[in-house]
Design a protein around this ligand. Structure first.
Ligand SMILES: O=P(O)(O)OC[C@@]1(O)O[C@H](CO)[C@@H](O)[C@@H]1O
Ligand SMILES: [Mn+2]
Length: 470
């Protein structure tokens, strides 16, 4: 892990920050004020309901999980394990109380490598509040306090050896994987059949298969567990069957642009150059399998030569993928009692060994920053992403961080909401589970709103939204 500069915090909120581009669109983004952040201070908003109801529920589940594992901790570590469990539970109960009573956000007291950055970020939030009280759970930006909660859960465990490596969300992630078994089999079977003749497909057919697997990866994002506050949320039916019916629910559909980018990159590659695609992962379980199938397709069809995966360095937003989840999933597939599934697992392990699949985790992904701050906060990560031909950002939280989690007008161009975050061409594959959306046609949002007030938070709608980074 690199040393991050401790001097930067809430960068996007600093007036005049960031490079000033010569291009017209750049200038516009630099001079326009950013809309206000989504926050629990807007009573009745989705942020408010999440902080009031869903986050305390998640904390209660975490506490229950620790209780349920008490005997296991005792068997593994003796009395020390039980003591650690008690300390972690009391830390988490205190956290839940702070949240529910809208107490000020407190500095982190652990000594993990990112603690200084979090505390710096808090200082910045304090400065921004301009004497309007301390940053607190309901008053501060939703994105900040929600990320902070997951960092405090991490702290509760990390500070309490010998249970410091226990992932409180592991069971839920595994359950989601097992309950999606039928859908995983259907997808692996389809894919293994496709592989048999992938070399003979003409461009039109290749495009058709890419579009299918992109949509499967998009709808795979319905299955996250923080949304259901940890209750089961798995894929029961074949993910390929309903794609046609779901097309009207794809509100922004830039798949053609993705195709052009990939096919042109493939045609331009020489012996020395390679096409690299990066996937900024979201949830483990079924969604991760859809991402791995898409990645395998990109390699097998030679649309890409290398895939780089970016996961989380500690358990995050209940179902997000850590390195352990990534390796666990591939192992599960490998050892499955189903030929097509195990074929997939074996191939994927091979891809990792050959170095054509590379897994990364960077501290930045579990910090509260919006992505427009990446170039300053994590220049090494930004520089790495610049080497990519295409960045695929999976899921809702990534979209919130791409667009800064603000009250944007629906018709604001995606380019503008990215607020100078353009390391490489990028695309968001996301089902809508929070009330922020840009890049819609005039009237499009209002029209859906009129008949379906929950359209932005139900996960029923999705986007494949592309930015060319020029
Ligand atoms: O990023 P993901 O997994 O698609 O979704 C995470 C998520 O469920 O967490 C937040 C609610 O707590 C929502 O904003 C968001 O939809
Ligand atoms: Mn997630």
């Amino acid at each position: 892990m690199v040393d991050l500069p401790v001097t930067s915090g809430c960068l996007a909120l600093l007036p005049g920050g960031g490079p000033s581009g010569s291009e017209g669109r750049n200038k516009m983004a630099a001079t326009m004020a950013l809309p206000v952040s989504l926050s629990g201070r807007f009573k009745g908003s989705f942020a408010y309901v999440t902080i009031k109801d869903r986050l305390p529920q998640i904390l209660t589940r975490v506490i229950d999980t620790l209780h349920r594992h008490k005997n296991e901790f005792f068997e593994e570590h003796g009395e020390k394990g039980v003591e650690a469990e008690k300390r972690a539970i009391s830390f988490l109960s205190k956290l839940r109380n702070e949240l529910q009573t809208d107490k000020p956000v407190t500095p982190l007291e652990d000594e993990l490598p990112d603690a200084a950055l979090w505390n710096q970020y808090l200082d910045c939030q304090r400065n921004l509040s301009n004497g309007n009280g301390e940053p607190s759970w309901f008053q501060s930006p939703w994105l900040y306090v929600e990320c902070y909660m997951y960092r405090r859960i991490h702290s509760a465990l990390a500070q309490n050896p010998p249970i410091d490596n226990f992932d409180v969300f592991k069971e839920g992630k595994a359950q989601n994987f097992f309950e999606s078994q039928e859908a995983v089999i259907a997808l692996c079977t389809y894919f293994q059949e496709l592989l048999k003749n992938v070399k003979d497909l003409d461009e039109k057919q290749l495009q058709g298969e890419l579009f299918k697997l992109l949509q499967v990866a998009l709808w795979g994002n319905k299955c996250d567990l923080s949304f259901s506050a940890g209750e089961e949320s798995s894929q029961k039916s074949s993910p390929l069957q309903s794609l046609e019916d779901l097309i009207p629910y794809v509100l922004v559909n830039d798949m053609e642009k993705l195709w052009s980018l990939l096919i042109n990159a493939k045609k331009r590659t020489t012996d020395k150059s390679i096409v690299r695609v990066d996937i900024i992962l979201d949830n483990a379980g079924f969604e991760l399998v859809t991402d791995l199938v898409l990645s395998d397709f990109l390699l097998s069809s030679k649309l890409a030569d290398e895939i780089h995966f970016h996961g989380k360095s500690f358990p995050w937003y209940v179902s997000d993928t850590t390195k352990h989840d990534f390796n666990w999933t591939i192992k599960q597939l490998q050892s499955a009692n189903h030929m097509r599934m195990s074929r997939c697992g074996i191939n994927w392990e091979g891809n990792l060994k050959k170095g054509v699949w590379v897994y990364h985790d960077h501290m930045f992904w579990t910090l509260p920053y919006e992505y427009s701050s990446m170039a300053k906060v994590a220049p090494d990560l930004y520089a790495d992403l610049q080497k990519s031909n295409l960045l695929l950002f999976k899921g809702d939280l990534n979209y919130r961080k791409l667009t800064g989690d603000r009250k944007w007008e629906y018709t604001v161009p995606f380019y503008q909401a990215l607020n100078k975050f353009h390391p490489a061409p990028l695309c968001s594959l996301r089902t809508l589970k929070s009330d922020t959306q840009v890049g819609l046609k005039p009237g499009q949002g209002e029209q859906i709103q009129a008949s379906e007030p929950e359209w932005m938070i139900s996960g029923k709608y999705g986007i494949v939204q592309f930015d060319a980074a020029v």
